[in-house]
Design a protein around this ligand. Structure first.
Ligand code: ZN
Length: 485
């Protein structure tokens, strides 16, 4: 008995020692390059951004509402506003409205880089709710207001301004730089990003890395870290919609059958919600813990992230509490449409439910379907796949030319921020680019916090002038870093 106690104490002591050792040797992965010189941004950049926001390049769910004139105007505007890029770079239009700018490098043996953005924006639900009209591009209180300010005209204009400045400076890149701007990201990117990739693939392009939207410099949004955290998306979740329907004889509501179509569908949806997907710490979330962990304020958090296998239950329960944390570690289940019935005294024949799943990297559409079939276990329910389904793409690595160049460029322009990889919860156009690159990253250099996060696809979307200026500095620095070594 005594021996057992001694052995137990030794084991506990060894474990405590191990945890303390790993916590203290859990070293920072942040690099600290010298800050870049803060170049002067011309006033024309602000005017150009304002003008870009004033052109209503809206992607509508119903293609009948598409207005080509706004997209023609946008392409014309880019040509006028950026004369050097328009005359010195090769411009290709894809399906009329998506645009590729090719800036030829001096060394063809080097793989090119691709900087992405999308021209289109989502519609505005109620313009009267906006402080400034949504397509005004008005400038007030040091901010530029309008739909598309942060999603995603900042990427388009930020890159165009950066390239125009570099051309003025007579800079010559060694590797080729592509700027690729899709025109239908908000409705799936089939005619834009997907067609751009087909075009580039046919020309044998294989990019060193691709940069798209997805994350930003978050403020007060990473629990446990006071400093601002620039998150780089190294992967994104997949999108799987399943449409469930059941048809059972209806009738008069005064004599209901034991089980109606509504009962069957309600039970099916309840089973799906009551049985969430099991948790999974995917590669991008493991990478996030390795990069953000050493920067955590508290010793306890650093200890947990330094020993993720020991503290797994704690990490999982903490993340599961918040919807955003839960979505990082699970394929999520969201019933989004529920339809049955037309009159209060008729039992409907048919009931339908639409359920949207966001899959983790490694979980396939087939996995989702198999799980749904097993859980529902009712062959009266017919399951149909949604039209926009896409698999979760694989994760990009962090010890790569692309990630390291991004990390360095962010630190040179924003010296105070922490840089960490993470998993993007939504879908971006970059998922179409896997055939031509395996280093795909998602980051836009502006500050994202609780005040502006709701303006994404929402009301009063805007961008601080200082954010626009820093974005231009960032893209210029990124191009310099990526095309000079
Ligand atoms: Zn977007």
């Amino acid at each position: 008995m005594k021996n057992l106690l001694i052995i137990s104490l030794i084991l506990v002591g060894a474990l405590v020692g191990y945890i303390i050792f790993t916590t203290f040797t859990f070293s920072s992965k942040q690099i600290q390059p010298d800050p870049a010189e803060k170049i002067l941004i011309p006033n024309s950049a602000i005017e150009n951004f304002s003008r870009a926001l004033s052109i209503p390049t809206i992607s509508h769910e119903d293609p009948a509402n598409f207005d080509p004139s706004a997209f023609y105007e946008f392409a014309r505007f880019l040509k006028e506003a950026y004369p050097l890029s328009s005359s010195q770079l090769e411009i290709t239009y894809i399906n009329e409205f998506s645009i590729i700018y090719k800036w030829e490098g001096s060394d063809n043996s080097l793989p090119p880089i691709i900087l992405m953005g999308h021209i289109d924006v989502v519609p505005v639900e109620d313009p009267t709710q906006w402080t400034e009209p949504p397509f005004s591009g008005n400038i007030r209180d040091g901010k530029i207001w309008g739909r598309g300010a942060i999603d995603d005209k900042i990427s388009v204009i930020g890159n165009m301004e950066a390239v125009e400045i570099l051309l003025q400076e007579e800079y010559k890149p060694n590797r080729t730089v592509y700027l690729c701007f899709g025109h239908d990201e908000e409705i799936g990117g089939e005619k834009g990003a997907s067609a751009i990739v087909d075009h580039l693939k046919n020309r044998g392009v294989n990019a060193a890395f691709v940069l798209d939207e997805g994350f930003a410099i978050t403020q007060g949004m990473v629990p446990g870290i006071t400093k601002d955290v620039a998150l780089i998306g190294t992967a994104e979740k997949g999108f799987v919609t399943l449409e469930l329907s059941v048809s059972i004889e209806g009738g008069h509501s005064s004599m209901p059958a034991h089980e109606t179509s509504i009962d069957v569908m309600a039970k099916a949806v309840t089973k799906l919600k009551d049985n969430p997907f099991p948790y999974l710490i995917s590669q991008p979330v493991q990478d996030f813990m390795a990069y953000a962990g050493p920067e955590m304020n508290s010793f306890t958090s650093r200890m947990a992230f330094a020993n993720p296998s020991i503290f797994r239950p704690l990490i999982i329960s903490t993340l599961s509490k918040e919807p955003s944390g839960n979505a990082l570690i699970r394929t999520t289940t969201s019933p989004t449409i529920f339809r049955a019935g037309i009159k209060d005294n008729i039992i409907p024949i048919q009931a339908k439910a639409t359920v949207n799943f966001r899959t983790l990297p490694g979980t396939t559409m087939q996995d989702v379907k198999d799980r749904v079939l097993t859980l529902i276990d009712d062959d009266r329910i017919v399951i149909k796949e949604g039209t926009f389904n896409s698999e979760a793409p694989g994760s990009s690595q962090v010890e790569t030319f692309g990630y390291e160049t991004l990390h360095q460029s962010i630190k040179e322009i924003f010296p105070q921020v922490i840089v960490a990889p993470n998993l993007v919860l939504g879908a971006t156009d970059s998922r179409h680019y896997y055939p031509i690159s395996d280093q795909i990253y998602r980051f836009v250099p502006f500050y994202l916090n609780k005040d502006n996060i709701s303006t994404f696809h929402g009301t009063d979307e805007h961008l601080a002038i200082s954010d626009l200026e820093n974005a231009i500095r960032f893209y210029r620095q990124l191009i310099l870093n990526a095309t000079s070594k």
